[in-house]
Design a protein. Structure first.
Length: 480
C-alpha cells in the first residue's frame, strides 16, 4: 500500500513573473520584476541591493538591456500546450500565481482589468478540463510598479487596502474554480529584499530592517484579511501561508552552535509563527529592540491577526544550511540565504546543498510546531541540461534529487506528518528568479530558450517527465 494518501496532491509549481511573458499585453501594468536586467555574471548582490527611483526609471526606458522576466517562456500564449503536458504527467494540481498588475494595472483604479481576469478564467478552465486543481498564490514577488511610485509599496499601510481589494476581486471571480490559495510567496523574503518582495525603494534608507519589518507587518495584516475574505467568499476553500524554509543545523555540538541554530530557526519561523498562530512570538521583541525596529500598529491589528490564521502551511525547501557561532570556514550559496559548507552534503551546480533528509527533519519540525497540514510547494534541482541531437534530455541527476526527497516525504508521512501535496518547482523550465538565467533549469519539460533569449520556445519531454508520470500513476510507490 502507498505511503501517500489517496488524495495526495502531486503536481508542479510556477509563478507568473517567471513564465507568462506578454508583459504589456492584455492591459497589464508594469511590475517590479520587469525592471530586472539580465547580466551574464548574474550579480546577486546587485539584484538584492536597495533600489532608487532613478534605477527603476532607467530600466523602464532602457532600449538596450535584456529583461527576461518580461518575456518568461510565453506561457501567456502557450498555456494550453503546457497544461496538456502537465495533464499527460497526471498532475492533480498545478501551482501558479496571479499577476497582480494584470488585474489592477496601476492599482489605484477601483475597477479590475477584464482582460486580465479573462486570461486566468481561460487558464483555470483549461486546468479543470483535465481535473487539475489550481493552487494559486496571490502574490509571488510581483508588485504593481504604479503602487511603488505612488506609495512605496508595502512600506505604506495603504497597500493593505489595495491588496485586499485585489484578493477579494479574484476570490469572487474564481470562487467556483479555485479551492486552494496561498497569500504571499516566501513571505520571509521581505527581510532580504524589500524591492523584490515588497515593491519598496529603499536606496536612501538608514535603518533598512525597520522598513522591512514594518512592511512584513503590513503583509501579515493583508494576509490575515485575505484569509478571512477567502473563508467568507469561498467557504469550501483552503488558504495557506508560504515560507522559504531554511533548515539550519548547528555546525557542531558546541552549545553555542546549537543556540545559533535556535536563533536562525526563530528568524525563519517568525513569519509562519505569526500567520499560523495569529500573534507575534515573544522572542522577536529582543530582535526588534537590538535593531531599533519599532512596528507601528493600529487598534484592531491583534484581532485581525488572530482571526486570519491560515488553514495549511506551505513552504519551499531546496537545501539545508549551517548555523555557527564562528564565522571562519568555507561558504556556499543557497536560496535567498548563503551558508557555511556542510562536509556531509553535495551541492548543485549553483552551490545549493542537497539534503533530502533535511526535508524530513523540517517536515517533523514544522508539524510538531504547528499541527496543521503541510504542503511542499517548491523543491527541485536547478541544473544545466543538454539536449541531445535527437532532442532527448537525459536528466538522471534531477530524477535522483527528486526521488531522494520523495522517499523522505514518504517516511515522514509514515511517521505521522500530515502532508497534503508536493509541487516541484519549475515543472517546466522557466526564467530563474535569482539569476534571470534560462540555463538554470528545474523542469520535467524542456523549453528551447537560452540565456540570451534565443530559441524556438518549443517544449519537449525530458527523461524526468516519464519518471514523474510513473511516480504519480503509482501514488509514489514506484520511484525507480
Ligand atoms: C524560490 C522562489 O525562492 O526559489 C522562486 O519562490 C524561485 O520564484 C525558486 O524561482 C528557485 O530560485 P531560482 O533563483 O533558482 O530561480
Amino acid at each position: 500500500m502507498s505511503k501517500f494518501p489517496n488524495n495526495f496532491l502531486w503536481g508542479g509549481a510556477t509563478a507568473a513573473l517567471q513564465v507568462e511573458g506578454a508583459f504589456l499585453e492584455g492591459g497589464r501594468g508594469w511590475a517590479n520584476f520587469d525592471t530586472e536586467r539580465y547580466t551574464p555574471d548574474g550579480n546577486l548582490l546587485e539584484l538584492f541591493s536597495p533600489k532608487s527611483r532613478e534605477e527603476i526609471e532607467f530600466a523602464i526606458n532602457d532600449k538596450v538591456g535584456r529583461y527576461p522576466k518580461r518575456h518568461g517562456i510565453d506561457f501567456y500564449h502557450r498555456f494550453k500546450e503546457d497544461i496538456a503536458l502537465f495533464a499527460e504527467m497526471g498532475f492533480k494540481t498545478f501551482r501558479l500565481s496571479i499577476s497582480w498588475p494584470r488585474i489592477f494595472p496601476q492599482d489605484d483604479e477601483l475597477k479590475p482589468n477584464e482582460e486580465g481576469l479573462a486570461f486566468y478564467d481561460a487558464v483555470f478552465d483549461e486546468l479543470l478540463k483535465y481535473k487539475i486543481e489550481p493552487l494559486v498564490t496571490l502574490s509571488h514577488f510581483e508588485f504593481p510598479l504604479g503602487l511603488t511610485f505612488k506609495q512605496n509599496g508595502w512600506e505604506s499601510r495603504k497597500t493593505i487596502e489595495c491588496f485586499t481589494r485585489y484578493a477579494s476581486c479574484v476570490f469572487e471571480r474564481y470562487k467556483d474554480k479555485v479551492k486552494y490559495w496561498m497569500t504571499f510567496n516566501e513571505i520571509n523574503g521581505i527581510s532580504m529584499s524589500e524591492f523584490l518582495c515588497g515593491g519598496i525603494l529603499a536606496h536612501d534608507v538608514i535603518n533598512l530592517a525597520q522598513v522591512q519589518y514594518q512592511a512584513a507587518h503590513h503583509q501579515f495584516i493583508a494576509s490575515a484579511l485575505a484569509v478571512k475574505a477567502c473563508h467568507e467568499i469561498i467557504p469550501d476553500a483552503q488558504i495557506g501561508c508560504m515560507l522559504a524554509r531554511i533548515e539550519a543545523y548547528p555546525e557542531t555540538c558546541n552549545p553555542l552552535d546549537v543556540m545559533e541554530s535556535v536563533k536562525e530557526d526563530q528568524a525563519n519561523l517568525f513569519f509562519s509563527d505569526v500567520q499560523v498562530r495569529g500573534y507575534y512570538p515573544s522572542y522577536i521583541h529582543k530582535f526588534f529592540k537590538e535593531n531599533n525596529i519599532e512596528i507601528k500598529t493600529e487598534t484592531g491589528d491583534d484581532e485581525i491577526l488572530r482571526e486570519g490564521v491560515v488553514d495549511f502551511m506551505a513552504f519551499s525547501y531546496y537545501m539545508s544550511n549551517i548555523a555557527s557561532s564562528n564565522t571562519d570556514g568555507e561558504m556556499t550559496a543557497g536560496n535567498l540565504f548563503n551558508s557555511k559548507k556542510n562536509p556531509y552534503l553535495t551541492t548543485s551546480d549553483w552551490g545549493w546543498q542537497i539534503d533530502p533528509v533535511g526535508l524530513r527533519v523540517t517536515l517533523h519540525k514544522l508539524y510538531d510546531r504547528y499541527q496543521i497540514p503541510l504542503f511542499i510547494v517548491e523543491n527541485g534541482l536547478g541544473a544545466k541540461d543538454v539536449a541531445e541531437e535527437d532532442g532527448s534530455i537525459h536528466d538522471s541527476y534531477r530524477i535522483d534529487y527528486l526521488r531522494s526527497h520523495i522517499e523522505q516525504m514518504g517516511l515522514a508521512i509514515e511517521e505521522g506528518v500530515d502532508l497534503m501535496g508536493y509541487t516541484p518547482w519549475g515543472c517546466i523550465d522557466i526564467v530563474s528568479s535569482s539569476t534571470n538565467q534560462m540555463s538554470k533549469r528545474y523542469g520535467f519539460i524542456y523549453v528551447d530558450l537560452d540565456d540570451e533569449g534565443n530559441g524556438t520556445l518549443e517544449r519537449s519531454r525530458k527523461d524526468s517527465f516519464y519518471w514523474y508520470k510513473k511516480v504519480i500513476e503509482t501514488n509514489g510507490d514506484v520511484l525507480t
